[in-house]
Design a protein around this ligand. Structure first.
Ligand SMILES: *Cc1c(COP(=O)(O)O)cnc(C)c1O
Length: 347
């Protein structure tokens, strides 16, 4: 057996239900970007909706179109646009579009004019992340332009939104202040859309004031905590992905064995202090190669013995969050990397 990233859809559904309950009465837009953080977007999207999410968020229009083609009728939100973004197809497929600048708005209204059909847009204010979104000084002009496009039936303004940096509670509160100002300015210009959304997993979990109408949960639904001081288990969330393999037949020095998963399967190469679970026992990782990893063992193990690289902590296995600590990265990268590289098995 080579490495397998097993995706537990029942655990994912329970996580989504938990987040839906946490956010209520706000709705949940579930982020399924990056192929659902490596878990398989088309597999998990219907599960998220059945578990109570009301809409889905992706990065690019192309991913939203794939969801629509797969028959998903719910609101689909795409916000990362480039020179090659196909706004016309997005409008025809009723995709909600994030709008960060007057230039984006112009490109979208031009496509809407050609089709003779309005685009559904969510105007983005930059509340401090400086990744995209209109800067506060450019916000009134963007709102004014969107209002006149709405009057001309080129757009329907569905939302006003922003994204938080997931830094500290103080940063969240400062961003909420900027967001409130932007909402008030828009209202003064006559723009009061039905959906206001700001929070992702971190603020959506801990800060009720950031929830507004919709919380865009991502990483938490995949069973990885967005916090350093709170584990997924503390939050009542279950691991969704398990990266498993077996003890390889390759000869290893005394006191060591090879397992049949390496960095090509998503095992982080540069991790310090990492371990895996072999036969139910934690064993220290010595060296990661492309398709195998050398592990220290206290007692001899049989070829073919089961190995969990990360997964459900109740089995004693390390979590994706532990690997993130060992590899100085975030859990998102661990699961997204493994899910994209290892053979995926959705159960
Ligand atoms: C990824 C993303 C989310 C989800 O973020 P998490 O921290 O994974 O919960 C929400 N909103 C936007 C715009 C995103 O890009």
């Amino acid at each position: 057996m080579t490495a397998v990233a097993r995706v537990d859809t029942a655990a994912f559904a329970r996580n989504v239900e938990r987040l839906v309950a946490r956010a209520a009465p706000s709705e949940v837009m579930l982020a399924v970007k990056a192929d659902a953080y490596g878990h398989g977007m088309l597999d998990l999207a219907p599960v998220a909706l059945a578990a109570g999410a009301s809409s889905l968020a992706v990065l690019e229009i192309s991913a939203a179109l794939a969801l629509r083609s797969a028959g998903i009728p719910n609101r689909l939100f795409a916000w990362l646009h480039g020179a090659d973004s196909d706004f016309a197809s997005a409008i025809e497929a009723d995709i909600d579009l994030g709008v960060s600048s007057g230039r984006e708005l112009q490109a979208i209204t031009a496509a809407a004019a050609q089709l003779g059909r309005p685009a559904r847009v969510h105007l983005k204010i930059d509340t401090g992340l400086r990744r995209n979104g209109a800067l506060p000084e450019d916000w009134p002009a963007l709102v004014t332009a969107a209002a006149s496009a709405a009057a001309a039936s080129r757009v329907v303004i569905e939302g006003i939104w922003s994204h938080l940096a997931d830094a500290s509670v103080e940063d969240d509160l400062a961003a909420i202040g900027v967001f409130e100002t932007a909402l008030a300015q828009a209202a003064a210009l006559g723009v009061v859309p039905p959906l206001r959304h700001l929070a992702a997993s971190s603020a959506g979990w801990r800060e009720p004031r950031a929830r507004y109408d919709v919380v865009r949960f991502g990483i938490a639904a995949y069973g990885v905590s967005p916090f350093d001081d709170l584990t997924a288990a503390d939050m009542g969330l279950e691991a969704v992905m398990t990266l498993r393999t077996t003890v390889a037949p390759d000869a290893a020095p005394d006191g060591q064995c090879w397992i049949a998963a390496g960095y090509a399967d998503g095992v982080p190469l540069a991790a310090h202090g990492a371990s895996v679970l072999i036969d139910g026992r934690r064993c220290a990782v010595d060296r990661v190669e492309v398709d195998r990893t050398l592990v220290a063992i206290a007692d001899p193990v049989d070829e073919g013995s089961p190995v969990i690289v990360f997964g459900d902590p109740t089995t004693g296995a390390p979590t994706a969050a532990e690997w993130a600590g060992w590899a100085s990265t975030i859990g998102d990268e661990i699961i997204t990397g493994a899910g994209a590289r290892a053979r995926r098995e959705v159960v």
